[in-house]
Design a protein around this ligand. Sequence first.
Ligand SMILES: C[S@@+](CC[C@H](N)C(=O)[O-])C[C@H]1O[C@@H](n2cnc3c(N)ncnc32)[C@H](O)[C@@H]1O
Length: 224
Amino acid sequence: VSPSARRELARRVADRYRACGRFARHYVAGKLRWDPVFAALLEESVHAPFGRVADLGCGRGQFAAALLQEGLAESVIGLEINPVLLANARRAMATLPFEGICRDLAADPPDIPAVDTVLILDVLYQLPTDAQARLLEAAGRRTRRLMVIRTMDPDLGVRTMATNLLEHAGRRFRPHARAGVNARPVNWISDLLKRAGFAVEIAPCRAGTPFSNVLLLARKAPRL
Ligand SMILES: C[S@@+](CC[C@H](N)C(=O)[O-])C[C@H]1O[C@@H](n2cnc3c(N)ncnc32)[C@H](O)[C@@H]1O
């Protein structure tokens, strides 16, 4: 996608958030224009559209909104614990096949719908370790094709420190933010996914930032 096409797409999706207030609209536009995870999603969609999607910890749901609007996902179920963010997502996607459900992903056991693709973007490191393992295992069982996980790499020195600082600073401005930062080693996540039957690709996902974000693309191996 060319920079101008991405800018136009970000503008059109952000317009959906007009009724959610200026901050939400600018936040969405910024995420869609600059966050490298969105570029990675667009690139991945070239291989195949995402089909039925579960966006775990969807927040305002800007990535779901963009995928639905572009016809890259058939439907999205967003699970989110924060009712304010979920209300924004529902309002912005009122005319799209989006269902927003208020749910605690740290519940034991986590309740995850069966879908083609699961997105877990910047959520995992907010959960306690045992909840992260449970969530990955449950999502792995319910995913038919692909899991896209972005998390923070805890072993990247200065980059990890910068990401931690940003997360902690962000918490001062986000009264609804709940958990602390509990990033697990990337190999811990990928080993768990491999045991669940996925082939895992790991790549940095932090273009142009000083942060330690990393992307895991986990493809379910076809049953022979
Ligand atoms: C950094 S935001 C990322 C939001 C969205 N995935 C994105 O990429 O824009 C993390 C999200 O996870 C949600 N979250 C954190 N803990 C959760 C839990 N236990 N259950 C459900 N959602 C949770 C937060 O409310 C927040 O919306």
